[in-house]
Design a protein around this ligand. Structure first.
Ligand SMILES: Nc1ncnc2c1ncn2[C@@H]1O[C@H](COP(=O)(O)OP(=O)(O)OP(=O)(O)O)[C@@H](O)[C@H]1O
Ligand code: NI
Length: 317
């Protein structure tokens, strides 16, 4: 049975007072076994929504259409009971907001072993050993101090690392790490990167890393998916995308990196903002045409294998 995670035709919307707000539109993604895939894109592009959809962790009012196949089952159709068996043990999420996931009135050490002992995947002693070893790997040389602490006594960056350890406690087959290096200084970022790299090579079947940290994505991920306003504009091998971005948005994203001179992507043309039918990037695109304004470009495969959703590669403009 395939341990790939394959998303097809994913659309996610939220009902609003004046209609619906569609935040993910027709996403296809194959997260292959043995591959670390990075999801990159500006704030609000739908990275976390996509990640959370896999584990049915979106709020109840979210409307999720499409399929997410894993081991022959569509995860979007599983009951909460079936989903509970998958979360944490098969596929674990390291969430974006640690403070929402940690209990404010329980000591960190207890929280880290709770899930494992409830699922009986490890004995109490094994669970404590794994917890302490993970804490050391995530940059806490004296784990007993952290174990005794409460979440409010820790900094944002410390909580972020605690939540990474928590996500890995049950030795999941898959890890979805949402901004694992957020709030960390350069040294700790490198440390977290090294641990995730080791874990992806030694323990997991695959990993999805959601990040704004393109350096992290470049170092850790074999493949990248670039999201913009809920659509995937480019996906393929990391080296191809970073060295030779094809989509005008990816080109802009890379040109805005500090090492590339920090040239910001230009703002949306106010006259074009209301265009909603065509390419999502049309209002900001330096190459936008009438065709881009009117229709969502198809996903086009380039000779090197990557997929790009842009009319410039459709061959007829
Ligand atoms: N519960 C919700 N109700 C309504 N809209 C939502 C909800 N959750 C997310 N959204 C909207 O969905 C869009 C995508 O949000 P998402 O959190 O996935 O972005 P993101 O790419 O992870 O951004 P960031 O990098 O800031 O974390 C945003 O426009 C957001 O406002
Ligand atoms: Ni997010």
């Amino acid at each position: 049975m395939s341990k790939d995670i394959e998303i097809r035709n994913l659309c996610v919307s939220f009902p609003e007072k004046n209609g619906v707000s569609q935040v993910v539109t027709d996403v296809h993604a194959l997260f292959g076994e043995g591959v670390v895939t990075g999801l990159i894109g500006e704030s609000g592009s739908g990275k976390s929504v996509l990640g959370m959809s896999i584990l049915q962790l979106l709020p109840k009012n979210a409307v999720v259409e499409g399929s997410c196949m894993y081991e022959g089952r569509n995860l979007y159709n599983l009951t909460q009971e079936e989903m509970r068996k998958i979360r944490g043990q098969e596929i674990a999420l390291i969430p974006q907001n640690p403070s929402e996931s940690l209990n404010p009135i329980r000591r960190i050490g207890k929280q880290l072993i709770e899930g494992v002992t409830a699922h009986k995947s490890l004995s109490r002693k094994e669970a404590r050993n794994r917890r302490d070893a993970l804490l050391v790997r995530f940059g806490f040389p004296e784990p007993e101090k952290i174990n005794r602490a409460y979440t409010f006594q820790l900094s944002g960056g410390m909580n972020q690392r605690v939540i990474s350890a928590l996500g890995l406690m049950e030795q999941p087959e898959w890890v979805i790490a949402d901004e694992p290096t957020k709030g960390l200084d350069a040294i700790l970022r490198r440390q977290v990167y090294r641990v995730l790299k080791e874990i992806s090579e030694q323990e997991t079947r695959g990993m999805i890393v959601i990040t704004h940290d393109i350096a992290l994505a470049g170092a850790l991920c074999k493949r990248l998916m670039v999201l913009y306003k809920g659509t995937v504009l480019e996906q393929g091998e990391t080296a191809q995308i970073l060295e030779n971005p094809a989509h005008p948005y990816t080109q802009g994203l890379i040109a805005s990196l500090p090492e590339k001179g920090m040239h910001p992507i230009r703002r949306a043309d106010p006259g074009k903002i209301s265009e909603t039918k065509g390419c999502r990037f049309y209002p900001r695109c330096p190459y936008g045409t009438e065709k881009c304004r009117k229709t969502l470009p198809p996903e086009i495969q380039l000779p090197d294998g990557r997929l790009v959703r842009c009319n410039r590669y459709a061959g007829d403009i």
